[in-house]
Every structure is written in C-alpha cells, then in structure tokens.
Design a protein around this ligand. Structure first.
Ligand SMILES: [Zn+2]
Length: 423
C-alpha cells in the first residue's frame, strides 16, 4: 500500500517506523554501527530503496553506490533540487546523525507526490561513508559525486575492516573509473541547489527552545595537531623565577593570550571557536619537582569565514614566537592541516528562516561546527542550504535524542523550502 504523508500524524508514524527499522538493522551494544561501505550500511540503503520503489518513485544507484530517489517535475529538462544526507554512523553511534535528513527527505517526497507538482525535478540522495571514523576520510560518497576524492584517500586502510577504501568500494560494486579519474559523476550534473536537513550536534536549539535552526555556514578549521614548546629542565626548588625557561608557563600564557584574541574577535562580530584538546608534559620525564622543559599541545581554530581563520592563525603564531623569545623558549608549531569553510549565501539563509517563521515555527540562525556532505557539494560550487533539527545529547553517541515531533517540523520546513526552490 502506498504511504501518504499529508498530515503531521502520518509523518510521525512513518518516521518512527523507518527509524526503528534502521535501528533494528544496525543495532550494536545500545547504539548503532553503520560503517561506510559495510553490510549494515548496505542494508540501510536497501531499506530506503524498497520504501521508495514500493511507493512508485524511481530509484537509482550511482558509481559510488550512493542511492538516489527521483520525483519528476513538470519540466524534465530543468536542473533539479537535491535533498540529501548520509546513512552511515560512527561505531556505536546514534540512529539520527545523517539518517534524519535521508528519512526526512523521503517523507517530503511522499508528501509532495500526493499534494503538489513542481516545475523542477526533486531528487533525494543518501550518501555513503560520510563519517571519517571508518577510513580516516569524511564525505566519501559526496566527494566521489563531485570528483574530489583524492587517490591517497582511496589507499587508506580501515583498521576496522583491514581493507583499503579502494577495495571496499570494489566489494560494494562501485565503478572506480570516474572516481579515480576525479571526474564528477553524471548524477552531479544538473543540480540547481542542494539542501540538507541534519540533527544539530550541539546544545543551542535546546537552549533556545527552537525546534529548527538555519545554518549560516559550515565552519572550516585550521588545525595544528603537534605544537611543541621547549624550555629548560631544573629543580623546582633551586631556580629563581627570572632564570627559569618553563615550557608550561610559556604554553599557558600563549593560550590565555589566544583566548583574549578570541574574545576580541567575538566582540567584533566574528564567528570563531578555539580548542587546545591536547596539552601535556612528557610523561616519561615529568615530575612534581621538575621544571617542565617540554609541552606537546594542539590548537584547533574554527570559523565559517576563511579570512577569520587566516587572521587568527597568523596572529596566534606571531604571539607564540613573541612569548617564546621573551621567555627564552623554543616553539615548534609543526604542520598545519586545513579544511576550508563552506559558505551559505545570505539569501538562502533568509529564505529558509522566513519559511520556518511563516509556518509558525520558532527558528534561529546558527553556524555548523561539524562538517557535512553539504560542504563537499558547496566546495564544488553547488549552492547549498542546511536545516538543523533540535536534538538532545549531541551526536556520535548512543544517547542522541530526536523528538519525532521536531523531526516532523523539520520535514514541514524542508518541504516548503523545496517548493519555493523548485518553482
Ligand atoms: Zn552527519
């Protein structure tokens, strides 16, 4: 029997049923494990394809094994509106990260099928392997789609599966020709605009009591994974302050100075977050009574704006060398690893925001601190937009909690946004 999702109650019943089926197919010790290109991810894609084709929608699989579902438009030659997200998860992760956008996209297609005929075709894509947890590379399916999956990424061996990404793609039945040649797949042609609905992975929507959020941009990051501060060891009781070269005092002075820089940037209206997640003296040599001569630390600088990343990174490095030279220390900042931010144009942000308010739903604008498939498409020049749905307890853990009513609010907003974009 065909699924009809005209009312919110229909949407909630469908969502609960689909999420439960997904959980059943990939349950793992309280959470779910749907690894990229694994049997559990295959099963999730088959479930999607079966639901869609039973409902009279056309299903196809691209060369990277991403699943596509199409609702034809009045003008078959017009570029399509594409809705997407991913069906993989981290190990023992939550059931909604990624899946909420795919299930929501399918719910939207079922609703449109029964209510509206749009000028543009509308396509749903379920991407493969978005999580970096399995092969060390994120956005595998979406990068393959736009031709930006680099060959060294294909050589990466999964510690979990003990095979390379290239072998995993072959086993899944992918066509490696265009992927290895970095050629955009044919499914990536004729995309007018891409929208992604995703659970929020932070606490802002819960705190603001908003069921939905509009993403203003996807933060990129400049990461310094291995910074080393070097000083001079000595007896803690025997060296006066002015003769010390204490690596911990240098590194901590630097961090508090960087925090002041962060506050100044915030006051000036910039989007910025900074984290030193690794910070330690050498456990082989450190002691309560030893002046520390080395500190290993990391610095992760994130912003939606590439000029903020450049400015803050340059200033932070300049401050490090000033502090090091004043304290008689050496600072080795090591390699920097960059991921560019993905921008979302302000017209698209306003359109989604106005649509949510117009439907009577409280909404807020917020940046995305985590990466998404939308970033891979945005980097390839495809206009993107993103809707966040309220979710408790963050993500990448079994406690992710998406209220089904909030899921249905997300579907309502996604449907209206798609209608506007597909006219
Ligand atoms: Zn995700």
């Amino acid at each position: 029997m065909r699924v009809s999702l005209v009312t919110s109650a229909d949407c909630a019943a469908f969502g609960l049923e689909f999420f439960e089926a997904l959980r059943y197919l990939s349950a793992d010790n309280g959470g779910v494990s749907r690894g990229g290109y694994s049997a559990a991810e295959d099963a999730a894609h088959t479930l999607l394809a079966n639901y869609a084709s039973r409902n009279g929608l056309t299903v196809s699989i691209d060369e990277a094994c991403n699943t596509w579902v199409e609702l034809p438009g009045i003008d078959s030659s017009a570029d399509a509106i594409v809705i997407g997200s991913h069906l993989d998860s981290v190990r023992q992760g939550g059931n909604y990260d990624g899946a909420a956008g795919v299930v929501g996209g399918l719910a939207m297609l079922f609703r449109l099928q029964d209510t509206t005929q749009l000028r543009r075709p509308v396509r749903l894509v379920a991407f493969r392997g978005e999580e970096a947890a399995w092969f060390g590379t994120c956005y595998i399916g979406s990068r393959a789609l736009v031709g930006t999956l680099e060959s060294e990424m294909l050589d990466a061996v999964s510690p979990e599966y003990r095979i390379s990404l290239r072998e995993a793609l072959q086993e899944a039945g992918a066509d490696l020709g265009p992927i290895e040649a970095n050629t955009a797949l044919s499914a990536s042609k004729s995309i007018h605009q891409y929208f992604e609905m995703h659970i929020e992975q932070g606490p802002l929507l819960v705190a603001a009591d908003c069921p939905v959020g509009v993403v203003t941009g996807i933060r990129g990051n400049y990461r310094y994974p291995a910074i080393t501060w070097l000083g001079e060891a000595g007896h803690s009781g025997a060296v006066s302050r002015n003769l010390r070269h204490d690596a911990v005092l240098g590194a901590t002075e630097w961090l508090t100075t960087v925090e002041r820089l962060w506050i100044d940037e915030e006051v000036a209206g910039a989007d910025l977050v900074v984290t030193a997640g690794i910070f330690s003296t050498d456990p082989m040599h450190h002691a309560v009574t030893r002046i520390p001569d080395s500190v290993r630390m990391s610095l992760d600088i994130r912003s939606v704006d590439v000029s903020t990343l450049q400015r803050v990174s340059e200033q932070a490095m300049e401050l490090a060398s000033q502090i090091a030279s004043r304290r008689g220390l050496e600072v080795l900042v090591g390699e920097r690893v960059d991921t560019e931010p993905a921008s979302i144009d302000t017209d698209t942000v306003s359109m989604i925001y106005d649509t949510a308010l117009g439907l009577g739903y409280p909404a807020m604008k917020l940046p995305s601190g985590a990466g998404h498939d939308a970033a891979a498409l945005g980097a390839a020049g495809i206009p993107i937009g993103m809707i966040f749905v309220r979710n408790e307890n963050g993500s990448h853990n079994a406690q992710e909690a998406l209220d089904i009513d909030d899921f249905c609010v997300g579907v309502d907003v996604l449907t209206e946004v798609t209608k506007r974009a597909a006219q």
